[in-house]
Design a protein around this ligand. Structure first.
Ligand code: UGA
Length: 457
């Protein structure tokens, strides 16, 4: 591939996409305003934890395919395409803040010297592509030194933190949306060596595909979490329910993992933004508001389960395994552990915690936790083990030893990832999410089956 591409923003999406495109043979210049970050990247130091990224970053730099700069003119002139991959944070009202996208557009208009395809990868409300087009053109109009023109493409990103490199290199699909066919073709060619379908759509449709995809996955999670709550009430096991449902290829097992709900920088932000987008357009989303509500309630419910299960004693202490919003990341944004730990502390329960890599970030957002250097240190002498993140390290622990470390053999598994039967056999009191076992005695009476029908008013 002989294309010259600039990537604006060396955050999570920009860094992964830029490095992967360089690996695929494009000439990539990564631009960021953060001088410290760029200096680190030049030295091969990656500011995020992303497995596999380092392995392709150093060779891309050495081959000359990947360069970093803080100089906008150097980054933006002479490129065939410019990718916008800057942050779109959530505003207080849940809407999406696109100011950095528009600043990037203005910078493009102020610097390009020849026709360029502007490719937006940031997650933005439907219609933002047109605003980008306008913003670039109004900056171009202020100049008399160029006849350069742009076309705007929406090329949303579907990477997951922790498996981003694999997701980029083996995508389920690539979406390119533009009102200009040749700009679509240009963008599609960037991915031509990958074995996946490429769907070409209009600009607004591509922007919507991103939101609809994330919102649907969040819906699957909240749906199975709601089912898990019913499972608890009626003595069914949600893990097997999900397995049984997932065998239907129309449903599919993925993202039917019941637990303490979704966190991270995407699902919480994008579901709220889509509610806001729909609202602005005059449509009140009923499903998405419920998805968000169930996700919030799931955290509260888990905290309540812990508090009501542990004995009513003073000086209770619990040990938490994992705090990141999911494994293979140090990201703490919207991690369910934050709310749950704070709820436990509000009940007077002390918390110690261990996470393989997220503790540095966790210290900034979780108060008054005793941070441990190992699972053993987090669990020794504790009244219960609470698992928030399903790191492999925790699945591989020797639970005979864990039982010796704990003061009480009680496990609250917020991700249903530990071997329930084995642990119960070993003498643990095991509480998962939606597995019914904790209320078995009560359920065995099948009160709800034999209850007299309520009299109608
Ligand atoms: C998500 C999407 O999966 C990506 O396709 C998308 O590109 C990305 O957002 C984005 O918009 O940038 P990510 O937030 O990295 O990726 O993480 P996921 O693996 O999707 O997990 C999100 C949350 O859902 C985690 O807290 C995870 O624990 C939770 N989850 C996931 C469940 O509770 N149950 C499941 O079955 C699956």
């Amino acid at each position: 591939m002989d294309k010259k591409i600039a990537v604006m923003g060396s955050g999570y999406v920009g860094l992964v996409a830029g490095t992967c495109l360089a690996d695929l043979g494009a000439q990539v210049t990564l631009f960021d305003v953060d001088e410290e970050k760029v200096a680190q990247l030049r030295r091969g130091k990656i500011p995020i934890y992303e497995p596999g990224l380092e392995d392709i970053l150093s060779p891309a730099v050495e081959s000359g395919n990947l360069n970093f700069t803080t100089n906008e003119a150097e980054a933006l002139t002479g490129q065939d395409g410019i990718i916008i991959a800057v942050g779109t944070p959530k505003r207080a009202d849940g809407s999406c803040d696109i100011q950095y996208v528009l600043s990037a557009a203005e910078m493009i208009g102020a610097n390009i010297e020849s026709d360029t395809v502007v490719i937006n990868k940031s997650t933005v409300p439907v219609g933002t592509g047109e605003l980008v087009y306008k913003q670039v053109n109004s900056a171009l109009e202020e100049r008399s030194d160029t006849e350069a023109k742009v076309e705007v493409v929406s090329n949303p990103e579907f990477l997951r933190e922790g498996s981003a490199v694999g997701d980029f290199m083996e995508p389920d699909r690539v979406i390119v949306g533009s009102e200009d066919g040749s700009a679509c073709d240009f963008t599609a060619e960037l991915y031509s060596s990958l074995d996946c379908p490429v769907l070409k759509t209009g600009l607004r449709t591509a922007e919507m595909i991103k939101y609809a995809s994330n919102a649907f996955l969040a819906t699957k999670i909240s749906f199975i979490n709601e089912i898990s709550n019913v499972c608890e009430m009626v003595g069914a096991d949600v893990v097997e329910v999900a397995e049984g449902m997932g065998l239907d290829h129309r449903i599919n097992r993925d993202f039917l993992g019941a637990g303490i709900g979704y966190g991270g920088s995407c699902f919480p932000k994008d579901t709220e933004a889509l509610v806001e987008i729909a609202g602005q357009a005059g449509y009140q989303s009923q499903i998405l508001n419920s998805v968000i509500g169930v996700n919030h309630a799931q955290r509260k419910r888990f905290a309540r389960k812990i508090v009501s299960t542990l004995p009513e004693e003073e000086d209770l202490q619990v040990g938490a395994l994992g705090v990141a919003f999911k494994p293979e990341t140090d990201d703490m944004r919207e991690a369910p552990s934050i709310d749950i730990i704070h709820d436990l502390q509000a009940e007077g329960i002390e918390v110690s915690a261990y996470d393989p890599i997220a503790m540095e970030n966790a210290r900034q957002v979780i108060r008054d936790v005793d941070w441990a250097e190992s699972p053993e240190e987090a669990l020794r002498g504790m009244d219960a083990l609470i698992l928030f993140t399903e790191w492999d390290e925790f699945l591989e622990l020797d639970y005979k030893k864990v039982k010796e470390w704990l003061k009480r053999p009680v496990i609250f598994d917020g991700r249903n990832c530990l071997p329930m039967e084995e642990l119960i056999e070993m003498g643990f009191d095991y509480y998962g999410v939606g597995r019914g076992i904790d209320r078995l005695d009560e359920i065995l009476s099948y009160r709800y089956l034999f209850a007299e029908p309520k009299e109608k008013d």
